[in-house]
Ligand binder design. Sequence first.
Ligand code: TYM
Length: 393
Amino acid sequence: TRRILSGVQPTGSLHLGNYLGAIMQWVEFQNTGKFFADPSSSGKEDGEEDAADDDGDGGIVVVNENFFCVVDLHAITMPQDPNELEESTLASAALYIAAGIDPEKSRVFVQSHVPAHAELAWLLNCATPMNWLERMIQYKDKAKKAGGGGDSIGVGLFTYPVLMAADILLYQADRVPVGEDQRQHLELARDIVRRFNNEYCRGNSYKARCKRAGLASRPAFTEPEAMIISPGGGGDGGTGGVARVMSLTDGTSKMSKSDPNDNSRINVLDPPDVIREKIKRCKTDSFAGGIEWDNPDRPEATNLLNIYAAVQPHRSREELYEEVKGMKWGDFKPLLADAIVAHLGPIQKRYAEVRADEGYLRRVLNEGANAADEIAQRTLKAAKVAMGFSIPK
Ligand code: TYM
């Protein structure tokens, strides 16, 4: 069994960065068993058994199990309006499905519906050194923006990456498809695994505790690997996905939900006229002689071409570049807007359908949470046995 897990925070509306950096890659993996990010660079062969893989299938038939979580516990690390959190949570789950996540093939669930996330996060909080978290770039950035620590930010923002590690480790996930900005968090999760397995999952006393609890004495956690799209876009000659989608108003900072200027991003649910207007107004440059890809002095050009390619994953980079390289911005922008509108249109239509049937959405989330809970409880028990807790009989 090969498990993958990923998640998006239900804060505000999901944008092209979330979609092209993460969700589009989830859908690709669900449907093809491959990532846009090149799996051959992972150093791990398909079907290779993991230390804590719990069904010992011998690696002949690879079964993919996909878990996609709406991480509402993460959302509250920054202030959230209690009147909006539930709606954003349902909206995010509906968008996963609208984007192509098929509940028959993948589990979709809400983080707070599976209590083991918060519980394992506590155990890991106690097993993770402070200074590992002090190094986290996102924490430093967000704390700075929120006014520099003290009483302006909660403890949760600091331990956020530990909760993220818990999300991943609970499912023994070996692959985690995310955007570039999550790389450091994934490294931390790997460090936590190594430290925990090394400290708690060795020796005869560990074996004895496992035996008493009826568990096989293997390491409690699997080391997860980040799956991040390579800079040139997706594999197999196509494009698809972008590891780092940049802001429409500044090609050097990433597209983000927290930018107060809505014109800096395209939201997946923006209507066509809004998308066209945002693209019309987006920042470009005044270089002469056409549009270029990958010129470090032209971050906006690279970003807009990346988006243009990613929303047309069936076309190669070469073909696209031939089409647009001689164009002026005024010619290219309407093409880009059309391509985005054409790609997002079916997703928006399906989103409306999913949202119209709340019974269906709730059923999917309940089934997802039940399936997730079953696996999560097994890992949580293993972690507790490793740390020496009394297990109720
Ligand atoms: P979040 O909610 O900020 O973003 C969700 C996903 O979208 C990707 N992303 C981007 N990719 C490319 N360009 C961008 N401009 C861009 N902005 C966002 C993110 O890399 C991410 O993959 N900590 C995570 C959520 C999380 C998680 C997890 C992810 C919690 N637990 C377990 C994976 C596994 C976060 O805040 O993502």
